[in-house]
Design a protein. Structure first.
Length: 287
């Protein structure tokens, strides 16, 4: 039985097919355009590969409340053509197979939990620090969704006294995403993160914000492991800085056995999104 997967991102869509053993046998990537063009591309790809079920890890916010009559639709987004677009309905109509949908970050967390940096623990988080900031949480093989789904990138953090940047979140200004995403770094300093690799103060400030966020997630969810991924985390010097600031903030209130294995890098080489989408099907009880 072939399984299909879609990693539906705000800038690109990745589609893949895997055989029964989980091996990816076909894969394609195309830019996220308007929904009509994008889903025509999706249908063309899966038309060439017979699949029996599909998992989709979607950008959001997306309605994941199964009792809602807009379940599977994109909600609020600056991408106007996608606002209120019924992603799940469209795919069901086009493909006529069982489809399982979750957030892109929950899917990534699930793949890392199953095959990557979280495979030896019973709960983990995956946090992406990229164009936006988002996080997913998995416990005992199930992603956490809640009423619709968490939006952990938009939490409030204390702004550093030396940081005058107003923040670039269109909804909240200086929320975590508004202060610490890749575009926030670029806007604050007028240079991309990659060009600031040697500027120690940039990564100290970045770690100051990420450590606060992880402390909050840790106190609320108590994950056994925190996996930090996304483009900005390619700055490997961030890991020790985040660990150090996290420890200072927690201040021994809750014990962490080993910081080196608590806050870690992903292990699935940017494949966690698509493999997680596939895993949504494999982990569903009813297939
Ligand atoms: P997306 O979040 O769109 O899926 P990424 O996770 O690659 O994509 O994040 C893109 C963001 O990460 C951009 O703002 C980019 O400037 C930043 N970024 C990408 N690579 C690096 C790097 N090596 N160092 C610092 N920032 C980076
Ligand atoms: Zn925000």
């Amino acid at each position: 039985m072939n399984i299909g997967a879609i990693e539906a991102g705000g800038t690109k869509f990745v589609c893949a097919v895997a055989d029964e053993s989980g091996k990816i046998t076909a894969k394609t990537t195309f830019p996220t355009e308007d929904p009509e063009t994008t889903f025509q591309n999706v249908q063309r790809f899966f038309g060439d590969h017979q699949i029996h079920a599909l998992g989709i890890g979607s950008f959001g916010p997306v309605d994941l409340d199964k009792s809602s009559n807009t379940y599977g639709s994109i909600l609020n987004t600056p991408k106007t053509k996608w606002k209120n677009y019924d992603v799940l309905g469209r795919l069901k109509k086009d493909l006529q197979i069982p489809i399982f949908i979750d957030t892109d970050v929950n899917a990534a967390a699930l793949a890392e939990y199953q095959y990557g940096a979280g495979r030896d623990v019973s709960s983990c988080m995956y946090i992406t620090v990229g164009t936006g900031i988002g996080a997913g949480f998995v416990q005992n093989g199930k992603t956490y969704i809640g009423k619709s789904h968490p939006e952990m990138g938009h939490i409030l953090v204390r702004q550093h006294a030396s940081d005058q940047f107003a923040g670039n979140c269109p909804y909240h200004g200086n929320c975590l995403e508004g202060l610490a995403s890749g575009p926030a770094i670029e806007k604050r300093y007028g240079k991309k993160g990659i060009e600031l690799a040697d500027a120690q103060h940039v990564w100290e400030l970045e770690a100051f914000y990420l450590a606060q966020a992880i402390m909050n997630y840790f106190l609320i969810l108590s994950p056994e492991r925190v996996i930090l991924g996304g483009g900005v985390m390619k700055q490997g010097q961030l890991y020790p800085l985040v660990r150090k600031k996290f420890l200072e903030l927690v201040n021994d209130y809750v014990a962490v056995d080993d910081m080196e294995t608590f806050i870690v890098a992903p292990e699935l080489d940017d494949e966690q999104g698509i493999r997680g989408a596939m895993e949504l099907v494999r982990s569903a009880d009813n297939v």
